[in-house]
Design a protein around this ligand. Structure first.
Ligand code: BG6
Length: 368
């Protein structure tokens, strides 16, 4: 049942191309996004002028990525907030506010309570969930289901990639309602998304390399993750996976913040995983990351670099280089997260831990 793997999580990591294509299937037709349930009028959707994304854990990291896409495509301000913080700070909500609640299980108490609070303030709620008929979708005005299939591993993997795709579909739906994108542009964006299952399939070829790398990282005292723009949430997710599964101290930083503090942590032999931005889409950021790597390498860090195929400039600074296919900037997290999932799972396995059932964690937490 584990498909020949030692644990479910590796099987689920390898199922990610299908999780993505199943999530995209049926959600785009006749040049537009099709939600699964919509109890809100097109006019109300058009009037949305503020978006809050609320979620917990890995779903929250997918939400951080939603901000880049929605602001870019729809020109609406987006705030992303941990569900457990949201309702306790009296957020400014109203009829023209859309709250996007992301929850794999659809039952997470913190997210559910955030949804309930939003509704008392007359905000519209759109749920993204992997579980048909669960509580959060039931209490929402609109629903888009991810179709990642059941996930056994407590730490989310394929549902994370499916959530990213779903968030982007919601971004396209809003762009469509607001008229900030023409049909041909929507179709173009969707076609790029639809090409991602193949890109993820190709990044899975790095699994043997990452498994081998993991055998050499099990004894690290800590691991840092750096990224910028969409690479920043990926860095946070890479660090979360390592904490959850391998019980190692791990932290993700926005690479630009390095000089404002975290660089003090760099010491001889400390592994630092760096997410390189896309060369074409973000050449300026690419140059900045290069200089960050140079700085940490000069201070003794062991650099593990995730970069696009053909990124020659980074080679001299990479003690380990993991190559990913070049894809549009907003979509890079769909490929760059995969090696980080494998890294965390394999380090955990080498340390003798139960990868599918990490200590103290539950798949869905139904208490606040
Ligand atoms: C945590 C799980 O408790 O809940 C995480 O261990 C998950 O893996 C988080 O990301 C949020 O869960 P859900 O179901 O709301 O997406």
């Amino acid at each position: 049942e584990k498909g020949g793997h030692d644990y479910f999580m590796l099987k689920e990591i390898e199922e990610q191309p299908e999780a993505l294509s199943n999530t995209l299937r049926g959600h785009f037709a006749d040049g537009g996004v099709v939600l699964d349930e919509q109890r809100i009028s097109e006019q109300d959707l058009r009037d949305i002028n503020k978006v809050f994304v609320v979620a917990c854990g890995t779903a929250y990291h997918s939400g951080l990525l939603a901000k880049y896409a929605i602001e870019h495509w729809c020109r609406i301000p987006v705030e992303v907030e941990l569900a457990s913080e949201f309702r306790y700070r009296d957020p400014v909500l109203g009829r023209d506010t859309l709250v996007v609640a992301i929850s794999q299980s659809g039952e997470t108490a913190d997210t559910l309570e955030a949804v309930r609070h939003a509704r008392t303030q007359h905000a519209r709620v759109l749920a993204i969930s992997n579980t048909n008929g669960s509580q959060i979708p039931r209490e929402s005005d609109a629903v888009l289901y991810t179709h990642a299939g059941p996930e056994i591993g407590v730490a989310a993997t394929k549902t994370f990639l499916a959530q990213i795709a779903a968030n982007y579909l919601v971004g396209l739906a809003l762009a469509q309602a607001r008229g900030t994108k023409y049909t041909d542009e929507l179709e173009h964006e969707f076609a790029e998304l639809a090409a991602m299952p193949d890109a993820v399939r190709s990044v899975l070829e790095t699994v043997p390399q990452v498994r081998e790398l993991a055998t050499r990282m099990c004894d690290a005292k800590a691991v840092l993750f750096l990224g910028r723009h969409v690479g920043y949430p990926v860095a946070l997710e890479g660090a979360l996976k390592l904490k959850e599964l391998a019980y190692m101290h791990a932290e993700g930083f926005a690479a630009g913040e390095l000089k404002h503090g975290p660089i003090a942590l760099i010491e001889d032999g400390l592994p630092v995983v760096v997410q390189m931005p896309s060369l074409k889409g973000h050449s300026q950021l690419h140059a900045k990351l290069l200089s960050n790597i140079r700085e940490i390498q000069a201070r003794g860090a062991r650099t593990i670099v995730i970069a696009e195929e053909g990124d020659e400039a980074v080679r001299p600074f990479a003690d380990e280089l993991i190559e990913i296919p070049a894809v549009p900037t907003l979509l890079q997290p769909l490929v760059s997260t995969v090696p980080l999932q494998v890294l965390a799972a394999e380090i955990a396995r080498h340390r003798g831990y139960d990868v599918d059932k990490p200590r103290n964690l539950a798949k869905s937490v139904t208490v606040e």
